[in-house]
Design a protein around this ligand. Structure first.
Ligand code: AMP
Ligand code: MG
Length: 355
């Protein structure tokens, strides 16, 4: 398949921009697939109400089809068609956080095929905050099913060049809005399940439990997110798969900053003696001390948004640089730190050394 790659910027001629997004929307309406930018990561979109489109998404990603997709909408009124009832919680959360990086799980209506929900009676819905994504979704008919636009198991793409790496030849079009990508959040949306008695976070993200509780009161977090040894399967099916993984072996190192630096530099030396390339994810506080072949700075430990924004890019860059062993500092788990640690632990297959 020939994949069209279409560059977009918000300040280009409005008519030209609209023509491109309208063409992309037509591809979705006729059953094709388009990768598009959002404020979290790039999505791989198809018509959420067309079962064949959802099947094509699974095929393009090489993703197991029991791993449901998120339905992206651009208009609050469109929610009614795809869910059975809209609980008060959902309205409040939508008012507070949509458009934005929050996905809500609700009871699905008959309009949503089981191919889109991985066989579940519930559907995941989000209204993304990216202005171009909103226009694209409207042009596509209002319901775009989209997982992250990476091959299954690879880090989610925060840049179009990584979408191209994974999806060129597999989908109809890639909308490249990299020139706008700087403010992106960089990790996937928070997922909250509103179908039980108490709202439950199934995947942490930029919107934290505290932010949700400020709006709707008591909210829980699925224990399997926090506990690597939990025997329970995670409630978001996708969380059970190894995810976000770079090709190199990733290990997280936790301890006093100076101990961590010393440990990682020792390991760097041992690898170097065997001719193996190493990479490090460090922070402002420690970065100058590392001796690895490739050293990435996640920013200040007090500002983990910067770590979230850059994490997947770092993992992809290590791949590009053929790094065999990657060491990352552990991050404090408050606020968005919980989401950063969740993704990092999954990328590392839970390999974490505590000094
Ligand atoms: P991704 O599109 O890669 O961000 O993955 C979507 C995530 O949403 C996966 O982890 C899914 O398991 C989760 N998800 C989607 N729909 C549902 C649902 N109905 N119930 C629980 N989790 C869901
Ligand atoms: Mg994904």
């Amino acid at each position: 398949m020939n994949t069209q790659i279409v560059p977009l910027t918000q300040d280009e001629d409005k008519e030209a921009l609209l023509a491109k997004l309208s063409q992309a929307g037509k591809i979705i309406k006729s059953g094709g697939l388009v990768a598009f930018p959002t404020e979290t990561v790039y999505g791989l979109g198809g018509d959420a109400l067309n079962e064949t489109s959802s099947q094509k998404i699974y095929e393009a990603k090489g993703r197991p089809s029991d791993n449901p997709l998120i339905v992206h909408i651009a208009d609050m009124e469109h929610l009614e068609k795809i869910v059975q009832d809209i609980p008060e919680y959902a309205k409040k959360l939508a008012d507070a956080f949509w458009p934005g990086p929050l996905t809500m799980i609700l009871k699905k209506s008959d309009a949503v095929p089981y191919q889109t929900t991985g066989g579940l009676d519930t559907v995941a819905v989000r209204m993304p905050a990216h202005p171009l994504a909103l226009i694209f979704i409207k042009e596509a008919g209002g319901y775009v099913a989209a997982p992250s636009a990476n091959l299954s198991g690879k880090p989610s793409p925060t840049r179009a060049k990584y979408v191209i790496q994974d999806m060129d030849g597999r989908i109809d079009m890639i909308l490249d809005a990299d020139s706008e990508a700087d403010g992106a959040i960089g990790i996937e949306s928070t997922i909250v399940d509103l179908t039980g008695d108490v709202p439950m976070i199934l995947r942490p993200g930029y919107i934290t439990q505290e932010m949700l509780e400020n709006v709707i009161g008591k909210t829980d977090t699925d224990v399997t997110i926090l506990d690597e040894h939990s025997k329970q399967p995670p409630k978001a099916p996708g969380m059970k798969y190894r995810h976000y993984a770079p090709k190199g072996e990733l290990v997280i190192v936790e301890g006093e900053p100076q101990q961590v630096v010393n440990y990682i530099n020792e390991q760097t030396m041992l690898h170097a003696q065997k001719g193996e390339k190493t990479g490090v994810i460090g922070t402002d506080e420690t970065i100058r001390q590392y001796t690895a072949d490739s050293v990435k700075n996640a920013g200040a430990r007090g500002d983990l948004l910067s770590a979230a924004q850059q994490l997947y890019t770092f993992l992809r860059e290590f791949d590009d640089e053929n790094i065999a062993y990657i060491y990352s500092e552990a991050f404090p788990a408050g606020g968005i730190g919980q989401a950063v640690m969740n993704r990092l632990l999954k990328a590392a297959g839970h390999q974490c050394i505590k000094l």
